[in-house]
Ligand binder design. Structure first.
Ligand SMILES: [Zn+2]
Length: 731
């Protein structure tokens, strides 16, 4: 255990300066061995100081001086100073003021160092050494209980960790404590230790200790019962003095009875302050600069997409995860999504993969075959080829087998002299000395890994050939980090960057094996193990059979209709598609891809580099954005509702911590179940699947409303309602 608190500092006065080793003794007696070791270590690490100042309680002053001059352990240690420094012993009184001073060895010090020279600097040094600030990162900053935003805040408990330091901090506070007080009010429990250390020092002077009570800062200041007679308030830290103003104004404390332990702000001089942390080149070189505090409206970190974490209580604790709910707007769609859908809706390019046995599902499947057959795509492709395929192209490399059609198409339309080469054959086929252009084509890419691998190989195979990467459709997660794919592919030591070109781009989430279809199959399988009523059995079996045909992707059978004659359809006027669409055929998959793309863009908006002011779905320790129940009112086509239910992540539809949203969602689902026989209720079965698989969660009381509502003669919906009641009995 350490009983000495030390600080090495340069004390300056006009032209003179002195190197001082300051040592505060936190006990009633001096531990000579610790003192000796401290001196030796200090001399070894930082050379001999000009002056050593030892500060002790006045009642032990004489006894300590005797030790310094006679105790062999101490005198040996002092001998290490080689007679080059002066040792000054200072005794302090009940008020923390100097009561006695004697020097030992050396000459009279050239500079008289006072306790007031040291207190503020030593406190600032402890503050920075113990990391008194909780600092923000580029992703997070803080919202104080007062509602103001800042990039850091003082947590006083951070600096109250070590016994000798706490005693020293209490010693610093002694001069500010009014005479004759019996009671201390503290704003945070961390200060109990400081008052205990005050009491412990007072006992050496036979002074009765303080009673102490925590009033919990702003939250408690209004209701607390203060006795302003013979008492004082100790505030842990402040930048404005506003809590002190409240206590002096409303609660009638005289200003000298309200003491700040730490203060970092402009008007420290107007308050009673123990440790003014403000940086001052001469008086407080270890101090810190002021913290920028602003209102939410003009907060720079907020504007840069950083998230403000709410702080609460007298300890500035993080207030658990905050939920907010989001209404999807038409301009939340990723740029270019409407144009893409105008070109590709109705072409059968998009489908939901179920994952052939042993392989992870490619949930967002893009058919290379259908893409190469889509006329609007081919028109764009041909324009791009005319613009960007070099006349002297020697080779066209197909990045994977499904890209070979594209490779031959490019050859036929733009580079008839070129040779089409398969990925595996490049070593054999591409001449190392060739400097004619090489075109690398990939019909569909997700991470772009294949292209990156190829680019590495080609760097050594054909270092001088100009490369052109041409991608049919690029799926990205919208994460700003993704744009580095194009940047990495363009990189070369050749005089001009390589070319990278994507004909179509779409923002989509990464595929996951925990998707809505896997959950649906599990639920139906489990439920159909018990007796299923005859009219429903055939429907459930057909659905399960379909979900088990994993090699066949879902295009127009993504969703479970309420009966065999009901499938979910889009009405004219889908807000994310251009006016006039859908004209003719479109698939459920196209609607689902559209919604999945919009939601993924909203998630990407929350990431680093997200555009300030944009709506975003945030998922982190401190915040979870929910999809507002109002979305299902706004988008009342059954196929859109079902798409949202399946494209949302379970956390985005978990209303259990939001009573109002849960109630609204429960009522909305109940209305849809009642209307299960008409278009308005077309997604009834889908809502029940979402509930039964816990991808959508309600509070018990709201769930009960849904489970008890009369659904009429729709057998499948009524059966699913029963399945939910059984499955969710533990909610
Ligand atoms: Zn902010």
């Amino acid at each position: 255990m350490r009983t000495l608190h030390s600080l090495r500092l340069e004390v300056r006065r006009k032209v003179r300066s002195q190197d001082v080793l300051f040592i505060f003794n936190a006990l009633e007696t001096l531990r000579v061995e610790e003192f000796g070791t401290l001196l030796e270590d200090e001399v070894e690490a930082n050379l001999v100081p000009d002056q050593v100042i030892l500060v002790v309680r006045e009642p032990m002053f004489a006894q300590t001086f005797e030790l310094l001059s006679q105790d062999p352990q101490v005198t040996t240690a002092l001998a290490r100073l080689g007679g080059r420094s002066v040792v000054t012993l200072i005794g302090y009184n009940l008020k923390g003021e100097e009561a006695s001073r004697r020097t030992l060895g050396g000459n009279t010090p050239a500079l008289k160092v006072e306790l007031k020279d040291i207190r503020r600097r030593a406190l600032a040094a402890i503050f920075s050494h113990r990391h008194g600030f909780v600092e923000s990162t580029s992703t997070y900053h803080f919202e104080n209980p007062s509602g103001r935003h800042s990039d850091r805040f003082i947590r006083v408990s951070n600096i109250l960790t070590q016994g000798a330091e706490i005693t020293f901090i209490a010693f610093c506070a002694l001069p500010m404590i009014p005479d004759d007080v019996r009671q201390a009010y503290i704003d945070t429990p961390a200060l109990f230790t400081v008052v205990a250390a005050i009491n412990e020092q007072w006992r050496s002077f036979d002074r009765e200790g303080l009673l102490v009570d925590n009033f919990s800062s702003y939250a408690g200041a209004k209701g607390a019962e203060f006795d302003t007679e013979r008492s004082f308030v100790l505030i842990s830290a402040s930048s404005s003095g506003s809590l002190a103003n409240e206590l002096t104004g409303l609660r009638g404390f005289p200003a000298r009875q309200v003491v700040h332990l730490l203060f970092l702000g402009d008007n420290a001089a107007q308050h009673t302050v123990v440790g003014d942390l403000q940086l001052d080149a001469l008086l407080n070189p270890d101090g810190v600069t002021r913290t920028t505090v602003s209102t939410a409206n003009d907060c720079v970190p907020c504007r840069n997409g950083s998230h403000a974490i709410k702080l609460q209580g007298d300890q500035f604790e993080f207030a658990g995860p905050q939920h907010d709910s989001l209404l999807i707007k038409s301009d939340d769609r990723p740029p270019g999504l409407d144009g893409l859908m105008a070109r590709l809706a109705g072409t059968g390019v998009f489908a939901v993969g179920l994952g052939a046995s042993g392989k992870p599902p490619r949930q967002f499947e893009v058919s290379a075959t259908q893409l190469m057959a889509a006329v609007p795509f081919l028109e764009r492709l041909d324009y791009a080829a005319r613009r960007s395929i070099p006349a002297r192209t020697g080779h066209i490399i197909a990045a994977d087998p499904q890209s070979e059609t594209l490779a031959h198409h490019i050859r036929a339309t733009a580079a008839p002299q070129a040779k089409v080469v398969a990925r595996e054959a490049i070593d054999a086929e591409v001449d190392k000395t060739s400097d004619t252009a090489i075109v690398i084509v990939a019909t569909v890419i997700e991470s772009g890994r294949t292209l990156l691998d190829l680019s590495r190989d080609l760097r050594s195979i054909a270092p001088d050939a100009p490369l052109t990467y041409l991608v049919g459709l690029s799926k990205g997660t919208g994460d700003p980090g993704r744009s580095s794919l194009a940047a990495s592919l363009r990189k070369t030591h050749n005089p001009y960057p390589y070319e990278f070109l994507a004909i179509e781009e779409i923002v989509l989430p990464a595929s996951s094996s925990h998707n809505a279809w896997a959950a649906e199959a599990q639920l139906l399988q489990r439920a159909s193990a018990s007796r299923v009523p005859a009219p429903v059995a055939a429907l459930v079996k057909a659905r399960l059979d379909r979900l088990r045909r994993a090699s066949e992707a879902l295009a127009d059978d993504l969703f479970l209709g309420n009966g065999s004659d009901r499938s979910l359809k889009l009405q004219p006027g889908f807000v994310f598609w251009p006016r006039g669409l859908p004209e003719g055929d479109h698939t459920q998959a196209e609607v689902y891809f559209t919604i999945a793309s919009v939601l993924q863009q909203l998630r990407a908006n929350a990431g680093r580099g997200g555009k300030p002011g944009k709506s975003a779905i945030r998922t982190n320790w401190f915040q979870q954005t929910l999809l507002a129940p109002g979305n299902f009112g706004r988008f009342n086509d059954d196929v859109i509702q079902a798409s949202i239910l399946r494209a949302a992540l379970p956390a985005e539809l978990n209303y259990r911590d939001r009573p109002e949203d849960s109630r609204e969602m429960g009522r909305l689902i109940a209305r849809i179940l009642k209307a299960a026989g008409v278009d308005r209720g077309g997604a009834a079965a889908e809502f029940l699947l979402a509930l039964g698989t816990r991808r959508l969660q309600l509070r018990r009381e709201d769930l009960d409303i849904v489970l008890k509502v009369e659904v009429g003669g729709i057998d499948l919906v009524r059966w699913l309602q029963g399945v939910c009641a059984e499955t969710l009995s533990d909610v």
